[in-house]
Design a protein around this ligand. Structure first.
Ligand SMILES: NC(=O)c1ccc[n+]([C@@H]2O[C@H](COP(=O)([O-])OP(=O)(O)OC[C@H]3O[C@@H](n4cnc5c(N)ncnc54)[C@H](O)[C@@H]3O)[C@@H](O)[C@H]2O)c1
Length: 244
């Protein structure tokens, strides 16, 4: 990183949960943070928190499915170095009740917007720029939200493909796949107590656990790491908690 110019990181969905923690962590790492979210009040709250801590940040209120708005977001970002595609939606819905519209909406926000923003950013990112995507441990399979699972498995595949496509431009592309993290999104789940019981450590994750992984991929010393999907789930993906 050029030490004399403050580099910019855009974090989508930074008005809440994991995105907010990523915004705080990247600010601590020295980035000027653009908090991009469709929810104005929470986005401004994140910016206030950052400014109170003495960091430089601003909010951009937009829906990431609006390609004109995302292009403006990229155009207006001076010294852009890092794009974190964090914004996403989650919904519990039994397979029998799922509709094509549910699937399309999930894909539109969790995947198609990620493609659009990444393509727009890639035209601007400098050598050794970073694209960091939020996938999910659920990509391995989970019950009662096939549309979400499919969208996050697609994020993992997209991340690997993009890492190859942008290799020549020396832009690294990686993903973090969180396990169960305590955020508002999680409150939508009726099975919270079961999720905790299934953790090898007996603990759910916190947003800062994910922010730490994002910080690693964003670090200027991580140039040789691309196309990776880092699972941050307290060991849940390794196996169950049974003693045999
Ligand atoms: N919380 C978990 O346990 C968990 C686990 C695995 C993966 N993830 C992924 O991590 C990411 C963040 O999750 P979270 O738990 O912090 O969610 P959250 O619901 O707390 O925050 C999501 C943020 O994205 C914003 N957003 C949603 N759709 C948007 C749109 N179309 N345009 C602009 N902003 C939009 C929301 O306003 C919100 O601020 C998501 O991609 C999610 O799928 C979360």
């Amino acid at each position: 990183m050029n030490a004399s110019i403050q580099q910019t990181a855009i974090v989508t969905g930074a008005g809440s949960g994991i995105g907010r923690a990523i915004a705080h962590r990247l600010a601590e790492d020295g980035f000027y943070v653009i908090v991009a979210d469709r929810a104005e009040v929470p986005a401004l709250e994140t910016v206030s928190q950052l400014q109170e801590r003495g960091f430089m940040a601003r909010a951009e209120i937009l829906d990431i499915t609006d390609a004109v708005a995302t292009q403006k977001l990229i155009d207006d970002a001076a010294h852009l170095r890092v794009l974190v595609n964090n914004a996403g939606i989650f919904e519990v819905k039994a397979f029998e009740s799922l509709t094509v519209e549910d699937f399309r909406r999930m894909y539109e926000i969790n995947l198609v917007s990620m493609f659009t923003l990444s393509q727009q950013a890639a035209r601007k990112l400098p050598r050794w720029g970073r694209i960091i995507n939020l996938a999910s441990r659920a990509a391995f399979g989970a019950r009662n939200y096939a549309h979400y699972v499919a969208s996050k498995a697609a994020v993992a595949g997209f991340t690997k493909a993009l890492a190859l496509d942008l290799g020549e431009k020396q832009i690294t592309v990686n993903a973090v796949a969180p396990g169960v993290i305590q955020t508002d999104m999680l409150l939508a789940r009726p099975d919270l107590h079961l999720l905790r019981d299934q953790q090898p450590t007996g603990e759910l994750g916190v947003p800062e656990d994910i922010a730490h992984a994002v910080s690693y991929f964003a670090d200027p010393r991580a140039n040789f790491v691309t196309g990776q999907v880092l699972i941050v789930d307290g060991g849940r993906s390794v196996g169950g908690t049974a003693a045999f």
